[in-house]
Write a protein of this length. Structure first.
Length: 443
């Protein structure tokens, strides 16, 4: 199992605009030192393709490269800031993290900075005839090659910057996060749980759990981002205790709120409390590492902005519904994890709070339904999405949830659509959805 703390650190570094460019700049420093060492030990001035000019020409070339790279880097950074502003306004501030994690922009900025620092370091070593004459021919040639490569990177950046702010690209990126999150979390477990139902007595919670358990509270505010499930199971086994998790990733934890309840309570001490608190990693924002609802809500936020009166872009909202439909269709084919987690001896150790199918569907459809009651195209597309999801599952509980949402969508549209023909079209689609649900229940 991956170390969740290392994952969180890597995600923070990957979402920054300094880590990768900084590493590339250090690589540029190392490259400059290597090239200067080769120039000082081996003469390259007689090689045909190596720069063979004098010290003044070398200084001018490197000075031009350094000044142009800094100008281009500043321009690229300005374009990136503008793109972030557009993304925040059009897609919502929660999507900024996705743009910050874009590796292409980080590599572009790192390339320009690397070429700049390399040119400066080589420039300072060039001496004319008044000193000990030294012209690093190979190093200057490599600087020219880096400048040519940077031109190619600039062309790529212009194309990339205009692509990443397109709605289709943003939706695909968030959808991929959703699909990866589903693959990772379902059926991810805390500890060991069998695929088939366990005997009833194994699922029983001690009758004195509420009286004899002891609460461990959070010592700070923040969104619960990650739970180190392996570490939590090991703590429960080592201390022979039962831990009931009172929240799940994605929830906001207030200082003083219960994180867990531990049974038996007499085993709780300061050391154990400290260990358990370290299992829960809190941060300033939600992440999709263990929170399947987060990418769903990102898609919902894009849809809500699209159907708002100020934007009035139902097509983007429909694209969001398509992506949500694809994610839920994938989800209904997975087994939702049980709330009960067992060790290798089938002894109950951890009681979690797993997300339910109903909560996922509520997050996906509720806000879009509430804000699109008077938009026929979006309403019909919501109903069609429910019909598609129904074809991927025969679970009666799932079917009931889908039927409930179909009823609410139809009722809202019948109340809000002003045109009688529009209401009839929605009613026709609703009837088709009910027939599909009834057919799947009979299979």
């Amino acid at each position: 199992m991956r170390n969740v703390k290392l994952n969180k650190l890597w995600d923070a570094l990957h979402s920054s605009y300094w880590f990768l460019p900084g590493m590339m700049t250090l690589l540029g420093v190392g490259l400059a030192m290597t090239m200067l060492t080769l120039d000082s030990k081996v003469g390259f001035e007689d090689v045909g393709w190596i720069y063979a000019g004098g010290p003044d020409g070398a200084r001018e070339v490197l000075s031009a490269i350094a000044s142009s790279m800094m100008s281009v880097a500043a321009t690229a950074f300005s374009i990136t800031i503008v793109a972030l502003q557009l993304a925040s306004r059009n897609f919502g501030p929660r999507l900024l993290r996705n743009f910050m994690r874009d590796t292409g922009n980080q590599i572009v900025l790192g390339t320009f900075l690397t070429t700049f620092i390399y040119s400066l370091l080589i420039l300072r070593t060039i001496y004319g005839e008044d000193y000990n004459l030294f012209i690093p021919h190979l190093s200057v040639t490599v600087g020219i090659l880096l400048a040519i490569f940077s031109i190619g990177v600039l062309i790529y950046f212009i194309h990339h910057a205009s692509t990443i702010i397109q709605a289709s690209h943003v939706l695909e990126s968030v959808s991929n996060d959703l699909y990866k999150c589903i693959d990772r979390l379902f059926p991810e477990k805390i500890g060991y749980a069998t695929k088939y139902p366990l005997p009833h007595y194994l699922r029983e919670i001690p009758v004195d759990f509420d009286l004899q358990s002891y609460p461990i509270q959070s010592h700070k505010n923040g969104y619960l981002q990650l739970i180190d499930d392996d570490r939590l199971m090991k703590i429960a086994c080592d201390h022979n205790i039962l831990i009931n998790i009172k929240s799940r990733p994605g929830k906001f934890i207030i200082k003083g709120n219960q994180l867990v309840r531990v049974w038996p309570g007499e085993k709780v001490n300061h050391k154990l409390t400290k260990k358990i608190r370290k299992v829960f990693l809190l941060g300033k924002e939600r992440t999709q590492e263990q929170d399947v609802c987060f990418p769903i809500l990102q898609l919902v936020e894009i849809a809500l902005r699209a159907i708002s009166p100020s934007v009035n872009d139902p097509f983007t909202a429909i694209y969001c519904i398509d992506r949500l439909c694809g994610g839920i269709c994938q989800l209904v084919q997975r087994e939702f994890p049980s709330a009960y987690r067992y060790d290798e001896d089938n002894k109950l150790r951890v009681i979690a709070e797993p997300v339910s199918f109903e909560e996922v569907v509520n997050d996906a459809f509720d806000q879009i339904r509430q804000n699109s009651r008077s938009q026929k195209a979006v309403t019909i597309h919501l109903l069609n999405a429910i019909a598609i999801i129904a074809t991927f599952t025969q679970n009666p509980q799932y079917q009931s949830v889908l039927r409930h949402h179909a009823d609410m969508i139809n009722n809202g549209s019948q109340e809000s659509l002003p045109e009688a023909q529009d209401r009839k079209d929605v009613q026709k689609t609703y009837n088709q959805v009910i027939q599909a649900l009834a057919k799947d229940l009979c299979l």
